[in-house]
Write a protein that binds this ligand. Structure first.
Ligand code: EPU
Length: 346
């Protein structure tokens, strides 16, 4: 398909929340040549570029000015070095399909990250994570193009400054780079990680008593997929962007204060003496699980997920977000940080 820029395009089908935003200009990037043409178009017309992957972790306000570039760069290649398998993946590949392919090929590591919606190129931006594993555990490097200068750059894990649902692409270099390719290191030897409480419980329910000998990467992937299907709504049926808030990290004092009211709350140790507590628990304790405000609401099985019931707008969704944040702040003195990236203007 030849490179083409369209004007005034609805992005409703390109974001998992099904928000009816409009791109001032829109193009698809299927090759590196397309990327360079898009950069040239943006430069010639003094436009900013917004790269869009699977749209599964974004909130789009009404209008996205400039050029919205849908990243559809494909291709997967691999190289074996002993037991290690270096897999290099085009940014436009689907994450969930990559996990399935890696398991079929007996390349292990990604099983806990099964069924996460979105594209491979978006994965490093928020350092996707689930069931005790994060992308940064396998990450080797990525290729990115600086949208303003066209300069190509290889970045390793240190350059990406990964944290919990964080990277340099959400902070200092926000919107400055277009990720074209990601390289990860998997292994032909299973290294099963199943101690995350919800995963361990589900495995025990399946196996009787989860003993390490019975657990395979395939079983972990299947179990993770089952948990996700049971808890998280399918964006194709109930538009949503996964977790809408990060789980807050509390220092010792904040945690001690919270534990007075909520002695039962699960606490996960994090780095720098901080503790992570589930935002979903706090939202639920404010009575907001299943809360609905017109066309938007809080999912009834997972309070961290906000839903667009059909014709909800970004304004309604962000109003609901503020309502939740202030309820949690007032009751617990804890500030909830929005997890997806917000683009555009009203
Ligand atoms: N909980 C509630 N109410 C709810 C849901 C959960 O009280 O409605 C409590 C439960 O006590 C549970 C705890 O929260 O023990 C944790 O719940 P869960 O295991 O579902 O995980 P989470 O902390 O809500 C995080 C990630 C998910 C990831 C799961 C599993 C973030 C922001 N979210 O959710 O990631 O799948 O852990 O590892 O860290 C995403 O990023 O979009 C996402 C879905």
């Amino acid at each position: 398909m030849s490179f083409e820029v369209e004007k005034t395009v609805s992005l409703r089908n390109y974001n998992a929340l099904a928000l009816d935003a409009t791109a001032e200009y829109f193009c698809r990037l299927c090759s590196l040549d397309d990327v360079h043409q898009a950069l040239a178009f943006a430069r010639a017309n003094k436009l900013t570029i917004t790269a869009l992957g699977g749209g599964s972790n974004v909130v789009l306000k009404n209008t996205l000015h400039g050029l919205v570039a849908l990243v559809e760069l494909r291709g997967i290649r691999h190289r074996c070095v002993g037991d290690d398998v270096y897999v290099t993946i085009g940014a436009g590949e689907d994450w969930s399909s990559l996990v399935a392919l890696s398991l079929r090929n007996h390349w292990y590591g990604l099983e806990n990250l099964a069924l996460i919606p979105g594209s491979v190129g978006a994965a490093p931006i928020q350092n996707i994570g689930a069931y005790g594993v994060e992308l940064c555990d396998f990450f080797v490097s990525l290729q990115a193009i600086h949208t303003a200068t066209g300069e190509r750059r290889e970045m390793d894990a240190k350059d990406c400054e990964f944290g919990y649902r964080e990277s340099i692409f959400k902070r200092r270099e926000r919107n400055n780079y277009l990720i074209t390719e990601v390289c990860i290191k998997l292994s032909t030897q299973p290294n099963n990680r199943w101690q995350y409480p919800a995963l361990r419980d589900a495995l025990e329910a399946k196996l009787g008593d989860a003993s390490a000998a019975q657990i395979t990467p395939q079983l972990i992937a299947k179990t993770v997929a089952d948990i996700r299907r049971a808890k998280l709504p399918d964006p194709a049926r109930l538009p949503n962007a996964g977790s809408f808030f990060k789980n807050p990290l509390l220092d010792e004092q904040q945690l001690a204060r919270l534990m007075v009211d909520e002695p039962q709350i699960p606490v996960y140790p994090a780095y720098n003496n901080l503790s992570k507590v589930p935002a979903a628990w706090l939202i639920e304790r404010c009575g907001l699980r299943g809360y609905r405000a017109g066309e938007v609401g809080v999912h009834e099985r997972q309070a961290l997920v906000l839903i667009n019931y059909g014709s909800g707008s970004a304004a309604q969704l962000l109003a609901l977000c503020e309502h939740i944040q202030s309820a949690v702040e007032q009751r617990f003195g804890v500030c909830l940080e929005v997890e997806p990236r917000i683009y555009g203007s009203f």
